[in-house]
Design a binder for this molecule. Sequence first.
Ligand SMILES: Cc1cc2nc3c(=O)[nH]c(=O)nc-3n(C[C@H](O)[C@H](O)[C@H](O)COP(=O)(O)O)c2cc1C
Length: 275
Amino acid sequence: MELKEVIGWRRSIRFYWPYRPVERAKIQKMLEAARRASCVGNVNNTRAIVVWRDQASPELLKALTPPLGYQQMQTAPCFIVWYSDAAAYEANKWISDLKGLAETRRLGSDTEATKQQIDKSLRPLFTAMWKQAAVAPLAFMDLGQAVAQATLVAYDEGLGTCLMSGPMMLDKVNKLLKLPETATIVCIMSVGYPAESAAAGGQTVKAPFESLFFEMEYGRPMRPDPQTVQELKQAKLIQEAAPLPWRDEELKHVVRALGIEEERQLSGFQSGGES
Ligand SMILES: Cc1cc2nc3c(=O)[nH]c(=O)nc-3n(C[C@H](O)[C@H](O)[C@H](O)COP(=O)(O)O)c2cc1C
């Protein structure tokens, strides 16, 4: 699929065929895409733990379940726990990663001069602030970029995903996954083959373009050009909005086929969160 079309088909998928495993190779491709994402100083702080449902303890599955996650948690054959590792920002490592960019000619034009500049102006700064930087918004933005790339590869491979967060039993998850103290879990992703149609009831409705983006200053909306909108519709980046007329019937059918409501009540499967 073309990139714009993949973006267009991406929407959160909450129902999966539980009997259809996700190929290890597809997860590897997703993780490789995450590894290729941009990140500050090339420190590579994004980490992931792949959890295969059939190998996971009920205790772990329960701890991973957010308040609004029971459909995904009951049906997805695979989960990815995405976390940021603050250790990636340690000052000497950060400096060394930056110098690595200079050495591989990916930063600056004169390797030695760039390395000297890094030592002179950045070493004192990083030494003073790496601990704050490691848990600052930019660190989690970088993780988000990696997750976004992995997500698009998943859809390109015919999979669906849904990110989950909320009050989960993160202390328990940390312990069960044996995460280091420097880890901050950001979100859990379910991955599987959609039990819904690819349209999943239509493209998720977003806030109007001009309410989100501005030109030159806040309050001066960036107006979308209708011809470009048309072009994006043709490229399938913009698709038919939810809900499509048959969505209610589809949901009933999927819930019945997967036995979700019944199973939730029978097994007492419930959220690991507090609400
Ligand atoms: C960080 C994050 C956490 C989310 N947590 C949940 C969740 O706990 N349960 C859920 O059903 N959806 C969750 N979602 C999915 C959002 O509800 C969804 O992305 C949003 O409604 C936009 O829809 P779209 O992904 O189809 O564009 C989460 C999404 C993100 C990015």
